[in-house]
Design a protein around this ligand. Structure first.
Ligand code: IMP
Ligand code: MG
Length: 184
């Protein structure tokens, strides 16, 4: 695909190979996810936890499509132990201020790759005695051999390419793109 001048202006001239999910496709799917989540939680307290930073745009669009009372907070997780390989331990750098006990906890995540971070995070959150625990991920690369049952809501089965935009970064760049693209 030839990148349009508008796209090149947003990326500072760096080329993207193709737009994988455009704004309309994302909006339609996020609307469906919001509907499914609304149906899935007929009662109880719902706390949506956005895993920063990648989920920030998805989270803000998603919660506006959920038509029931809810609260929003954030999680900042840090993996450490093995450099850039996401297999080390996970530590919470920011922890929600409100209690999780007895509440429906829904973690909003941008993309599941190996799922290692998420698995460790679910173990930490599960110890807080939530009423229920589930994950809503916009994208899933389906690389997890044994995905945990908490992964309940998925936007798209993503290709194995490296994706940027709509919150997803490459070295902190491209998060602001309104669409999801793969890098050249
Ligand atoms: P995992 O622990 O391997 O599942 O890594 C998940 C995290 O890696 C995501 O939350 C993203 O921050 C990042 N990540 C994985 N794949 C991509 C990608 O294609 N583009 C941008 N970030 C990615
Ligand atoms: Mg990232």
């Amino acid at each position: 695909m030839l990148a349009s001048p508008e796209v090149l202006r947003r990326t500072g001239g760096r080329r993207i190979r193709s737009i994988v999910y455009d704004e309309a496709a994302i909006a339609a799917r996020v609307g469906e996810l919001g509907g499914a989540i609304t149906e899935a939680y007929p009662d109880g307290d719902l706390l949506v936890l956005g895993l920063l930073k990648g989920s920030f745009i998805f989270l803000s669009d998603l919660v506006r499509q959920i038509q029931r009372p809810l609260q929003v907070d954030f999680l900042v997780a840090s993996s450490y132990g093995s450099g850039t390989v996401s297999s080390g331990e996970v530590r919470l750098l920011y922890d929600p201020e409100t209690t999780l006990e007895g509440k429906h906890i829904l973690v909003a995540e941008d993309i599941i790759d190996t799922g290692n971070t998420l698995k460790r995070l679910l173990a930490i959150l599960g110890n807080r005695r939530p009423g229920s625990l589930a994950v809503c991920a916009l994208l899933n690369k389906n690389l997890m051999p044994d995905p945990p049952p908490e992964i309940r809501f998925i936007g798209f089965d993503a290709p194995s390419a490296f994706l940027v935009g709509y919150g997803l970064d490459h070295a902190e760049n491209f998060r602001h793109l309104p669409f999801i693209a793969d890098l050249e």
